[in-house]
Write a protein that binds this ligand. Structure first.
Ligand SMILES: [Zn+2]
Ligand SMILES: [Zn+2]
Length: 263
């Protein structure tokens, strides 16, 4: 079994369950290791779906409580950081605030106030031709991959969440991000949450995985759990897709060092 490194806590205001419950679920499912990666705080109040900066100590406490509840399970400390141009210095500040095991880079915001995965803005998908939407998203994802701020990038093709997709071969969107990850020694996750969203697919698509495999970019498999029962969810499907693309290993992280392990 693989670790699950992308799990949230109630501090993000849209996840439920104490981290100790996630840890117990991981033990039940036979996961060898887990890690929390809640949405990063910003220097000042920013939106309604992340902890405030003064809640960061509580985040560390919650993870410590989970470690105490399940001492037999290694629990890593991570953070899912929004990549927003102009906030690179803030990510560096955050990186120095704790002994993180890994930082995940995510693109949620396409423009100020518009998070691509927020159902409240699904109407905008009708105003935007899919090719424009995808161009915006993938150009931000490439910058995120090129920033070298993160150990891996989250849900690479999140922009497909509501089913919007341009015509034709989509590799033209994937290639610049994969090239950036290859050049910068980055990695990415297969995120099983896509199966629980309107698109009903894993992030990323098989074609992305095949290109990434050819480029030698490693991966992790994560659930993006926002509730305890989602820990390790659909990992069999994710491993099968990774193998179909030719992957035989995934990564483990500790104190921002990575090691390969058998899938
Ligand atoms: Zn995310
Ligand atoms: Zn997440």
């Amino acid at each position: 079994m693989n670790p699950d490194y992308h799990m949230h806590t109630p501090l993000c205001r849209h996840a439920t369950g104490h981290p100790a419950e996630y840890a117990r679920e991981a033990l039940r499912k036979g996961l060898p290791e887990i890690g929390f990666a809640d949405h990063n705080p910003m220097p000042a109040h920013f939106d309604s779906w992340r902890m405030e900066i003064d809640e960061l100590p509580r985040y560390f406490e919650l993870i410590q409580e989970a470690r105490e509840a399940t001492p037999e399970l290694p629990i890593r400390l991570g953070l899912e950081c929004d990549f927003i141009p102009g906030y690179e210095g803030w990510i560096e500040e955050l990186a120095a605030m704790a002994p993180w095991d890994y930082l995940i880079g995510s693109v949620h915001y396409l423009s100020p106030g518009w998070a691509v995965d927020n159902p409240a803005y699904v109407g905008r998908y009708h105003d935007f031709p899919p090719a424009e939407l995808w161009a915006l998203y993938w150009s931000a994802a490439e910058k995120c991959a090129r920033s070298r701020l993160f150990d891996f990038i989250a849900h690479p093709d999140l922009v497909k969440i509501f089913g919007s997709r341009p015509e034709g071969d989509l590799n033209r969107y994937y290639e610049p991000v994969i090239a950036a990850l290859a050049e910068c020694g980055g990695a990415f996750e297969i995120n099983t949450a896509g199966l629980r969203k309107p698109v009903h697919e894993l992030y990323p698509a098989l074609e992305f995985l095949k290109l990434a495999r050819q480029a030698g970019v490693p991966l992790v498999i994560n659930s993006d759990a926002h509730a305890p029962e989602q820990v390790g969810m659909d990992f069999d499907a994710a491993r099968a897709l990774a193998r179909e693309a030719g992957y035989e290993t995934s990564l483990r992280f500790q104190l921002r060092e990575r090691k390969e392990m058998a899938l």
